[in-house]
Design a protein around this ligand. Sequence first.
Ligand SMILES: Cc1cc2nc3c(=O)[nH]c(=O)nc-3n(C[C@H](O)[C@H](O)[C@H](O)COP(=O)(O)O)c2cc1C
Length: 199
Amino acid sequence: LIIDPDTLDPQSRYKLLIGSVVPRPIAWTSTVSREGVHNLAPFSFFTVASRNPPMLCISVGPRTDQPPNTKDTLNNIAEMGEFVINIVSLPLSNSMYESSGTHPPMADEFEKAGLTPAPCEVVTAPRLEEAAVSMECLLDRVLQLGTDHLVIGRMVRFHVRDELYKNGRIDVAKLQPLGRLAGNYTKVETIFELPSEDF
Ligand SMILES: Cc1cc2nc3c(=O)[nH]c(=O)nc-3n(C[C@H](O)[C@H](O)[C@H](O)COP(=O)(O)O)c2cc1C
């Protein structure tokens, strides 16, 4: 089957994209508004954008409830020039899901999800106390790409829980990162090296 994406409606294109680019990591992104309201939301269009300097990116789509208005996360990042990406470990999955609901801009999404904001070193946005890994970012640039905005940030601090840090590496088995598939999720159950005789 060969598909020209231009022949598809946007929703069908989106379904093929999110079913093909899998599994995706989840950037559980914390920000603060100019008024000081904390915001937390997950973004699975997320990756490392540069290793040197260390840069991360997330892609933020339009608000589904009121397109083409932009999401609170993007508004806060554009206003404050900073954000924090927290990694979702399995025990935090339901709280992550809860934080993806649409809440009014004045709602503190940490409070709503029963989570704890913790201070950062460089940015004023809070990190998530419950997260085993958090990365403070300063906004580098926002690229508008079609309907979406690619947010690129320079990562200026790692917060890593002690028991996950081994000889300069992250113990991924202990991190238990939650992965995003199309609409559903996956966990890291088997970790192996290549080449392998199993395949
Ligand atoms: C696992 C997961 C991944 C998501 N990934 C994205 C994404 O990559 N881009 C996006 O715009 N929205 C994504 N969403 C939806 C946002 O989290 C949702 O629109 C949220 O309400 C935005 O919150 P905000 O308005 O506080 O920024 C995702 C939701 C979930 C549950």
